[in-house]
Every structure is written in C-alpha cells, then in structure tokens.
Design a binder for this molecule. Sequence first.
Ligand code: F6P
Length: 463
Amino acid sequence: MSRLVVISNRVAVPSKDASANQGGLAVALLSALRERGGIWFGWSGETTEHFTGEIHRAEGDGVTTATIDLEEQDIDEYYNGFANRTLWPLFHYRIDLTEFERDFEGGYKRVNARFADTVRPLIGDDDLVWVHDYHLIPLGARLRERGVTNRLGFFLHTPWPPSRLLVSLPSHKRLVEALFAYDVIGFHTEDWLDSFHRYVVDMMGGTFDEDGCVVVGSRRVRAIVAPIGIDTAEFEAAAVSPEARFTMERMQMSSTGRSLMVGVDRLDYSKGLRERFLGYERFLHNHPDRRGLVYLLQVAPPSREKVNTYQEIRADLDALSGRINGEYADMDWVPIRYVNQGYPRPQLAGIYRAARVALVTPLRDGMNLVAKEYVAAQDPQDPGVLILSSFAGAAAQMTDAVLVNPYSAEELADAIDQALSMPRDERRRRWQALIAGVRREDVFWWCDLFLGELAAVKVPVTG
Ligand code: F6P
C-alpha cells in the first residue's frame, strides 16, 4: 500500500486529541492517519518573523506531523484574508460578508507556494498525496510545477457554491482551473458536486468522458461524492467512559427534572446560532407551559477571532443570549447556558448523551460532524432526538433526523416542540436508522472510498 501524505492548513496535534477546540475535520483526519500511518503536513499555528521553511517534526500514535511557521503577513492575507474573509463566506453563500482584496490573493498564492516548496522534499515516488480544503486549492498546481507526478487528490470540506455566486470572485476561473492539477476531487454531497460540474460545463466548456471524468482541453479530473464520517466505534466507547458518565451525572444534577437541549459549534456565522437562539425564543414564547422544564446548553468556542465578521457574530450572540435570559429566566432557571469554550471529547460525549435534543442547525455546512457524534453518543434504549438543518451536508445521509429550515424561527420552534414530545418508540426507530448509517459510513469508510478512487487512477496527470 502506498504511503499517505495528507496536507491541510490545520494539523491536529496527537497529544491534544482530547480538545474540542480542534475542528471535526482535524479529528477525523487524525483517526484516518492513525489507522493507515503516514505524514501530515500543514501550518504549525505559530508565526515567525521571517519565513525559513524549517519543518517541525513530531511523532505520536503512528502519525508523523510536519509543520511550518508562517509570517504574520501570511496569516493576515492567507488565513484571515483570502481563506476566511473571501472563500469561506463565498462558499457558504454569504456574498454579503465576502471581501475581495488583491492583497489577500497575493498572500494566498505566496503561502500555497511556500507549502509546495517545503512539502516537496517529503514526497516519495509512490506516495498518495491528499490535499484538504479551500485554503490549499492551488497547491496541486504548485506541486506539479515542482515536478510532482504522484497521484494527487483534493477534498473540499465546505459547500461548493452555485456558479452565479462563484463568478463574483474576480479570480474564479483561475481558482477552478487550479483544481485540474488533481487526479481526484471529493465533495461531501451530490449538491456540491453538481454545482462544481455545472460550473465546469457552463463556464469552461467541460465535457464528460466514458469514465465519468470531467474533461477540459487536455486535462481531466474525476470528481466524486464521498461523505466524511466519524470514528464511530471510538465515539461510542467515549460516550460510556467513566469521564462521560461523570459529566452526564454533573449535567443531570445541575438541572433535575429538566430536559437538556444541546448545540456544539465553532462560533461561526455559518452555524446559524443567531437563528437558533431566535427559534428557541419563539418556542418559549409559544409554549409558556414548557418554560422552566427545558434549557439549551450552547457550547461555542471562539474561532477566527481576528476576522471582523466573527467579532460581530460573537457580540450579537452575547446580546441575544442576554436578552432571552433576561426576558424568560426565573430565580431558579436560566433558559440558555451559553459557553464560549470547548470540552475534551469524552466530556462532550457525556453532554451529548445527557441531551434529550441536539440542535444542529447551520445555515449552510459542507457536512457537520456534530450531528454524527450526537447520534453515536446516545443510549440505545432511550435515545435523544437530532434536529438537523436541511442545509447541512449531513442532511443528505441523515434523513431520519427532524429536518428543519434553520432560517424559520417558527419551524425551529415547532421542531423543538416535536422533539420534546416525541414518544420513545419513535425516538428509537429514528435513532436506529441514523446509527446504522453513522456506523456503516464512518471515517475509515470515507478514507477508503476516496483513496480507493485515487489509487485506481491509471496514468497520473503530469506537467
Ligand atoms: O471544516 C472546515 C474548516 O475550515 C476546516 O478546514 C478546519 O479544520 C475547521 O473548519 C476549523 O477552522 P479553523 O482551522 O479556521 O479553526
């Protein structure tokens, strides 16, 4: 089996595996690499005054990580700039929040070239190279320029936006052309894949060959759907660990007789937290009899704090949670416990297991692994109910959740009512269907599916 080289902006440090501050993607990649072995290359999360390309190597759990420091200006223009002020909002359909700055693009190009220069010597002849996410779209092309002829895969963990949105990016053509340096490109859902194909056909005159690959001029690429999963067995075990049990008891003691609803999200405008709070507020308004009998624990560790839109959403949520608590709280009950910190994964599993309902209601999301973790953590005899946004990639697989339009406060309020009133038989029926999918299509299945396609590429593209 060829060795795997994974490249992503963020690299999970194996010893910090327990931290909930590491995104679901980083945790999933760590599980996959642990099973298969290989190298994981990316940004160290640190800055340096002058870029040197020095590689920090670390070993742990059968995974070698190799990371580099970037300059302050790189972080401003590449990570906070093009990645998170331009591509992230645009790919999540938020053109109103998208900033177009040439400097950002300069930084994006520079950092992708820096990644290519430093990772190049680590790539052996037979390695499979797998690049992840919107931060690194041009990396494949930069590696080809440096003589890499290996099979190259790319996975996008966000949505792929409809063409009419994507064309608002001045450099949209260059960005999409760069994807043709890869052999295989993966998306989480048919929707994102369709949008990609439609762009290539409509804007680049692409056609399909007999193998289903999309062809533009002399370049061809296979674009596939491969929905990411979690390490289900590991998470199911975490949910019955002593630490999870202790957390569950702590939650139950602090709220005897009340139903817990939980939300766990990076503090990001795409996660629909504002709309979720408004939906919950509507529920409390519509159901005076339920007040005092339910509470929402919203865990929201801050994220991308240097980006103004993230500062704004944080201030909005501070005000909104304060307003709702001020309006509805009583001397012995607070409707929202709003917490700006992450929890270690066993504790998180305990919180999920204690929760009668999970609210996973992003406005737009590539996948969303919290939905899968919640299902994996449930007690099979008395499982809770997953309320899931139809606009999360996870909704394509998890059709037995209570699916909602997260923009509608009324729909959210009704879904909360439905979930809290749901009889045990129905909860169990829905959960059994959900857990079967979460077990079957776990992170290892995802990895094998994508890497199987990549390994099957006969003649790697060169030049
Ligand atoms: O899932 C999308 C993503 O950008 C991942 O690439 C990343 O690991 C995660 O969100 C967390 O974001 P950040 O790395 O910016 O903290």
